[in-house]
Design a protein around this ligand. Structure first.
Ligand SMILES: NC(=O)c1ccc[n+]([C@@H]2O[C@H](COP(=O)([O-])OP(=O)(O)OC[C@H]3O[C@@H](n4cnc5c(N)ncnc54)[C@H](OP(=O)(O)O)[C@@H]3O)[C@@H](O)[C@H]2O)c1
Length: 250
């Protein structure tokens, strides 16, 4: 396998690029213009909301299977660009068949497996595929979209069993990964990021009791995250940070 060079030409990778926060990040990085290429990785083709005419945008289709994740990582490596920002924005809270559980009586094993698959297994596949290619990287950051509800300390309401526990599991996975990355790819910082309640498909059924000032636009969250990732340094640690850059207790 080739190694990603720490050269001057850099790229940003947004995984889950068709989602609300993912697509806002693609727009933000293209607007900033400080990287040569923005790789947008998604299960679906691009929509008109992203700047398709921008030649710095490369849209890579990926169904999130292990095989296709590896193929996409090979393609990223073969670009020869330094992958300075990799942001994994995949996540599942609800869909036509899945509703977050308010009580134990509502647990559905198939729904639970599906939520764990998207929230834990998919990011895990990316972290596993990237560790070797990033071994000589310097100043790179991998940020994974987690959620404050994955904090065990912060859990005062209960409920949302699958989503909460999949995000707690994601955080534990990232903690172990940060220890292995510090050995094998020490120039990479790992961040577990809580965006705050953001106006996207994922939060849309649950916004009724959210005050308007507490419901963020995807563009606001993208701007916060981009700035935050410019401030963190590779320190061999996993940071669990919210949109304001404040540490969240585990
Ligand atoms: N919105 C909020 O209030 C909020 C709050 C806390 C945390 N978060 C977290 O932020 C992240 C981004 O969420 P969002 O609000 O932008 O949600 P979103 O608009 O629903 O986007 C989620 C993206 O996840 C990917 N995805 C969904 N199902 C998948 C599957 N079965 N297999 C593979 N990928 C799948 C899709 O990306 P592609 O279609 O591009 O493949 C989808 O667009 C998630 O991890 C979420 O848990 C959001």
């Amino acid at each position: 396998m080739q190694t990603i060079a720490s050269g001057v030409q850099s790229a940003t990778v947004i995984i889950g690029a068709s989602g609300g926060i993912g697509s806002a990040l693609v727009r933000r990085y293209l607007a900033l213009g400080d990287c040569e290429t923005v790789f947008a990785v998604s299960r679906v083709p691009p929509t008109s909301s992203v700047a398709l005419s921008d030649t710095r945008l490369r849209w890579l289709l990926c169904d999130a299977s292990e095989q296709n994740v590896k193929l996409v990582v090979d393609e990223l490596v073969s670009s020869g660009l330094s992958l300075r920002r990799i942001i994994i924005c995949t996540g599942l809270l609800h869909n036509d068949a899945i509703t977050p559980e308010k009580s134990l009586d509502k647990l559905d094993p198939d729904a639970m497996r599906a939520v764990f698959d998207v929230n834990l297994v998919v990011p895990a596949l990316w972290l596993a595929a990237l560790v070797k290619p990033l071994r000589r990287a310097t100043g790179s950051v991998i940020a994974v979209l987690s959620a404050r509800v994955g904090s065990i300390t912060d859990n005062r309401l209960g409920g949302w069993y699958s989503y909460r526990s999949s995000k707690a599991a994601l955080n534990m996975f990232l903690k172990s990964a940060s220890i292995e990355y510090s050995r094998r790819s020490p120039g990479v910082k790992l961040v577990s990021f809580h965006p705050g309640t953001t106006d996207t498909y994922l939060s849309s059924p649950f916004q009724a009791n959210v005050a308007s000032e507490a419901l963020f636009t995807p563009d606001f969250v993208a701007d916060r995250l981009v700035k935050l990732l410019d401030e963190v340094q590779p320190d061999g640690q996993l940071s669990f940070l919210d949109w304001a850059g404040i540490e969240i207790p585990w």
